[in-house]
Design a protein around this ligand. Structure first.
Ligand code: MN
Length: 301
């Protein structure tokens, strides 16, 4: 047995457990925090960190431009299935983890509800890591007194006997489609065209997929209604949506692979689904018109 070499450790043992060892800055610098849009609550899900399809840059932009008192990570944040097949972890994915931990440190209450792709974290239900609470599901009370059940949504796969969703987006087929989506969007970006979601377009054209999604939404809403809540927030099927189904609110916060959606609650309890590529396009257009106005004013002077 080799001797324990204390000399190999830093002189200042406090360094090992010091908060200061938390990387001071992410690789992609954080944008100024003062002009962030403030919400009461933010829900995001289906980020799929560790998968090539994850739209990390778009999510980083979202995180740098928003803030909230509470944030729910509604599952499939990390894609354990993909990581198991092939380890893939670019710095941008690390930067997202950095931003989430930083948010918790700044005082945002973060509740992480693992999904089916990150189910390995379900065994830690009830624990708290870096200020992030891990839960199997949660109840959220809105500012205007509605009670919402929050869960990932794969719980209903077994109920959906036909499994049409899986037939349509079988893991490999879905992965291929997402790769294609990236190529298409890289080309579009090079041509100065806005972001466009390939599978979103395809999903709306495939009758079975549309039927499946509609049925899924009804099954989830019915289950929530049976539990006496006013509504439900879930993710899983990568289709952001709001529907009132027999008096029960169904909210799906979408995904960050193709749609790049988030669900937010304003301070008065009003809820809204954000399409971040559209928000970015709006911001860019506003900036361009401001610059043009400034140039025109300069030319006139
Ligand atoms: Mn899922």
């Amino acid at each position: 047995m080799t001797d324990f070499m204390l000399s190999e450790f830093p002189d200042d043992l406090a360094e090992l457990g010091n908060v200061a060892t938390f990387p001071a800055e992410p690789k992609i610098p954080e944008q100024a925090a003062e002009k962030r849009r403030k919400y009461r609550t933010i829900w995001i899900s289906d980020v799929h960190l560790g998968a090539k399809g994850c739209n990390a840059e778009m999510l980083i932009d979202f995180l740098d431009n928003t803030d909230s008192e509470t944030m729910y990570l509604v599952g499939d944040i990390i894609d354990g299935w993909r990581l198991k097949k092939k380890f893939f972890w670019p710095t941008s994915h690390n930067d997202i983890v950095w931003r989430l931990l930083k948010r918790a440190k700044r005082g945002t209450r973060i509740v992480y509800i693992p999904g089916n792709h990150d189910e390995m974290f379900r065994q830690f239900t009830g624990l708290n890591f870096g200020g992030i609470e891990i839960r199997r599901a949660a109840f959220h009370d809105t500012a205007d007194g509605r009670r919402l059940m929050v869960l990932h949504g794969d719980e209903f796969d077994a109920v959906m006997l036909s499994h049409r969703w899986l037939a349509f987006v079988g893991d490999t087929a879905y992965h291929l489609m997402m790769t294609l989506n990236q190529w298409v969007n890289r080309a579009r970006q090079a041509l100065g065209m806005p972001y466009w979601s390939l599978s979103k377009a395809a999903k709306h054209k495939v009758k079975n997929a549309v039927e499946f999604i509609g049925k899924y939404e009804e099954v989830v809403a019915r289950a929530a209604g049976e539990r006496g809540v006013d509504g439900v927030v879930c993710g899983h099927i990568h289709t952001a949506e709001f529907r009132n189904i027999d008096g029960v609110e169904y909210w799906n916060d979408g995904d960050w692979v193709e749609g790049c959606n988030a669900l937010v609650e304003h301070h008065d309890g009003r809820m809204e689904i954000l399409n971040w590529p559209e928000e970015v396009a709006g911001r860019d257009a506003e900036q361009a018109s401001e610059e043009l106005a400034a140039e025109t004013a300069k030319a006139a002077a």
